[in-house]
Design a protein around this ligand. Structure first.
Ligand SMILES: Nc1nc2c(ncn2[C@@H]2O[C@H](COP(=O)(O)OP(=O)(O)OP(=O)(O)O)[C@@H](O)[C@H]2O)c(=O)[nH]1
Ligand SMILES: [Mg+2]
Ligand SMILES: [Zn+2]
Length: 303
């Protein structure tokens, strides 16, 4: 007799266990059926129930898997992501280098992105907004201006969560920008933990320490909001140098005018990117991020 398998979605994963949402809306704790399975939050799986032992037996093909590198390892963050919200906040948390790295990792997996500037209630947020709009108008689908504290702009976020269009939305951003706070606004009973920046014991301490998908009921079928831990050093060494170069979408139109069609925009003659930077047609911060990522993926070299 063959065992019956049922479909489900993984909402949390540890080394040997997973929490899954069944099609009838129950949450089950499961073991991972075999060592060869490497599950990830967002995975669509088949699971079985044998004498009340629930186990994940199969991972269905992924449409994408958002990865990040650190040291020599590559870690899976979330699978089957329909949209990545890259959350940021005004200075001192406006970290463009991290933002560009997250955008590059998303681009590699063909995941559309939105930039979300949180903490719109802070005085210096307008300044941050105009900077972001200037830099990213060609890169992200849109830049949202929100405040988890005052509720400003949260309706715009709700618009993005229309379940029929986007089922799995991941929320990335450096620690302290307010990812979990926004999630709590969107799903009031999600109980994502947040913490005061002032209570932090220093850099690198995160409040959210593991990836977790929260279920957003909205109307109709559920969608998933995947809260990612704040990552200060979002490594991209799983990208090739070409993928890093291609991740800068707004460079493309200019690069068509470089003398060499395989120009790396470093010290080549007649480089249209270099001219665009000089004329202020491209933002220096994006180029700096490019060089920084290129150095990472090629091994440290000075350009
Ligand atoms: N002024 C202001 N503060 C906010 C807002 N949203 C969040 N915060 C504060 O920012 C701090 C960090 O919020 P979290 O939601 O824990 O941030 P996070 O991005 O989830 O952080 P990690 O889990 O460490 O990655 C908390 O003190 C929040 O109260 C906002 O809209 N305005
Ligand atoms: Mg958090
Ligand atoms: Zn060039």
């Amino acid at each position: 007799m063959t065992t019956q398998l049922y479909p489900g979605t993984l909402v949390a994963v540890t080394r040997r266990h997973a929490r899954l949402l069944t099609r009838d809306g129950s949450i089950l704790e499961a073991t991972i059926g075999s060592r060869s399975l490497e599950p990830c939050v967002g995975d669509e799986v088949m699971w079985k129930n044998e004498q009340s032992q629930i186990s994940v037996e199969e991972i269905l093909p992924r449409t994408n898997c958002l990865l990040r590198s650190y040291e020599r390892k590559t870690k899976k963050l979330a699978a089957n992501v329909d949209l990545l919200l890259v959350v940021t906040a005004p200075e001192p948390l406006l970290n463009l280098s991290s933002l560009d790295r997250m955008l590059a990792a998303a681009h590699k997996e063909n995941i559309p992105t939105c930039i979300v500037l949180n903490k719109a209630d802070l005085e210096n947020s307008k300044e941050a907004l105009s900077r972001l709009e200037q830099i990213y108008s060609q890169v992200a689908l849109q830049t949202l201006y929100v405040s988890a504290h005052s509720g400003e702009g949260v309706d715009d976020l709700v618009e993005l969560l229309k379940p029929d269009e986007r089922e799995k939305i991941a929320i990335a951003g450096v620690s302290g920008v307010g990812k979990s706070s926004l999630l709590n606004e969107l799903i009031p009973n999600s109980e994502a933990r947040t913490r005061d920046v002032s209570q932090r014991t220093g850099q690198g301490k995160q409040t959210t320490s593991h990836v977790e998908a929260h279920i957003y009921a909205g109307s109709g079928k559920p969608s998933f909001l995947i809260d990612l831990p704040g990552i200060q050093n979002f490594g991209v060494s799983h990208l090739s140098d070409v993928e890093v170069r291609d991740s800068l979408k707004e460079f493309e139109a200019f690069a068509a005018n470089c003398r060499f069609n395989n120009c790396w925009h470093l010290a080549e003659p007649d480089c249209a990117i270099q001219s665009a930077l000089k004329n202020g047609e491209l933002p220096q911060s994006r180029y700096d991020s490019y060089i920084d990522m290129l150095q990472e993926v090629r091994g440290r070299q000075d350009y």
